[in-house]
Design a protein around this ligand. Structure first.
Ligand code: ATP
Length: 454
């Protein structure tokens, strides 16, 4: 089924998944708020990631580090010097753009040398026009710093400047020693973190795909250089398994793209992007990078602290290598919705259906009294099961319409309480994808759902 972004945005708004940020004030560009259903789905995505990569993988532990960090961190990581995008203006229509993006969109090729000189050369040689007004009259390229600046404390001057973190990873590197010492972990081990990151993107857009405020889920996996296991392949497989088995992503909806040697960061040994086929085109969803020992070495040099690891086998100090699988929560949210959204013909009608895995669905069950007379009994059932499963109660309208509403928001099971329920102590449970209905004892509802969930 071909999905259209405009339709998807309307669908997500009208069902309470995502609203425009600051809407009553005319909005704030590219900011989005997650409504009652969206906040549940977002939380479920984060919990599913955390359970898979942190709790249920005995190699890994978790962290929750600060958004504001000492400026030394950004000096060591290279962000203060290099975390900028090539900004270019169209002199005709005054649109501000990223020079690399207009080239990539025009040539459909990946840029291997992102230096300003090279980008300006390509724009000239290929006579690339402004994508908005189609004229060819650009300013030269300037570096645009992507980190948000703010001030810490009561005095605003050069010395009080701090930055909102543009990635969560650095919080992990600077705590490497604390974590290793306090957990007594031996290499190899990983540290996972979920948190907000901020980038003053020149051209945010495509709905929640690229925003200035977003959340990341990052794992930094530390291992010895002498370790013979191919940890890059291991984590690439794990990410793939997660998408396939936990998020139920269809294989045809995403691709793996290996970065060429020219494209790699100077310290990186290997990078693979998992790219999702979004309705607006293919875009990076998840990056898996082999960062070698670049980060720990840089922090050692800048902080003058010993961040090395004493290998108990060799009794030698070493700086571990790192594999980093990094994904944005909102991009995974968007991909999850695109992957799950479907429209099906049922008799003469169409039904919209979100085929979300049980663990991700905002509501796990909906309790529906067939008629007003069953409302009291249905409410009792709802009160009993809501302790165990996130449930919703819906009394309004024809039963068929109520089923459709639950299908559209991805509720896996509907429990209908009818006029027989009071006598036989049974309800009808309807499964979302198959629409199969079964009569189940009220006392068996939870067991039935646990047995049949997908
Ligand atoms: P892009 O090339 O799309 O700007 P990137 O390569 O700079 O992304 P990373 O720095 O590798 O991205 O960040 C890791 C992950 O964080 C990305 O794969 C993506 O899922 C997410 N991410 C990065 N920037 C944004 C953003 N502005 N909005 C939403 N998610 C983002």
């Amino acid at each position: 089924m071909k999905l259209d972004m405009e339709k998807l945005i309307v669908f997500l708004k009208s069902n309470g998944f995502i609203f425009q940020g600051s809407e009553i004030y005319g909005g704030l560009a590219n900011s989005w708020d997650y409504g009652p259903l969206g906040s549940e789905l977002k939380k479920n995505i984060k919990d599913t990631w955390w359970n898979y990569f942190v709790r249920n993988n005995e190699l890994n532990v978790g962290l929750d580090s600060s958004i504001l960090l000492n400026n030394g961190v950004w000096k060591a990581s290279g962000h203060l010097k290099n975390f900028s995008d090539p900004l270019i203006d169209c002199k005709e229509c005054k649109t501000r753009m990223r020079a690399d993006k207009i080239i990539e969109e025009f040539t459909k090729e990946i840029i291997t040398d992102p230096s300003d000189e090279n980008l300006e050369r390509i724009i000239k040689e290929k006579a690339i026009p402004c994508p908005i007004c189609k004229k060819q009259n650009f300013t030269s390229i300037r570096k645009f710093m992507l980190m948000y600046k703010t001030n810490q404390g009561v005095i605003e001057n050069e010395n009080s400047i701090v930055y909102l973190r543009p990635e969560t990873a650095q919080g992990i590197f600077i705590n490497f020693k604390n974590i290793q010492r306090s957990t007594r972990k031996k290499l190899p081990f990983g540290v996972g973190q979920i948190g907000k990151s901020f980038r003053n993107e020149i051209t945010p857009g495509n709905f929640i795909f690229r925003t200035r405020e977003f959340e990341q889920m990052e794992l930094e996996f530390f291992f010895s250089k002498d370790d013979k296991q191919d940890w890059f392949e291991y984590w690439l497989q794990e990410v793939n398994n997660f998408l396939k088995n936990k998020m139920l992503f269809k294989q045809e909806n995403y691709i793996l793209r290996e970065h060429s040697k020219d494209e790699l960061a100077h310290y990186a040994k290997r990078t693979v992007d998992i790219e999702y086929k979004f309705p607006f085109g293919v875009g990076e969803l998840w990056g898996i990078a082999h960062r070698a020992d670049f980060d720990l070495k840089s922090h050692m040099a800048e902080s003058k602290q010993d961040l090395s690891y004493l290998n108990p086998q060799t009794n030698q100090k070493e700086i571990p290598y790192v594999i980093e699988p990094s994904v944005g929560v909102e991009r995974l949210f968007l991909a999850t919705i695109c992957n799950a959204y479907d429209e099906e013909k049922v008799g003469e009608d169409m039904r919209t259906i979100l085929k979300l895995p049980f663990a991700l669905a905002s509501y796990k069950v909906a309790v529906l009294p067939l008629q007003k007379q069953q409302a009291e009994q249905a409410k009792q059932i709802f009160d009993e099961i809501k302790e165990e499963l996130n449930a919703t109660f819906d009394l309004a309208g024809q039963i068929g319409k109520r089923y459709r509403r639950q299908d559209a928001i991805g509720t896996p099971f509907c429990i209908t309480v009818d006029f027989d329920s009071i006598n036989d102590q049974c309800v009808t449970i309807r499964e979302r994808d198959t629409m199969k209905q079964e009569r189940v004892l009220i006392s068996e509802i939870i067991n039935y759902i646990i047995k049949n969930k997908k």
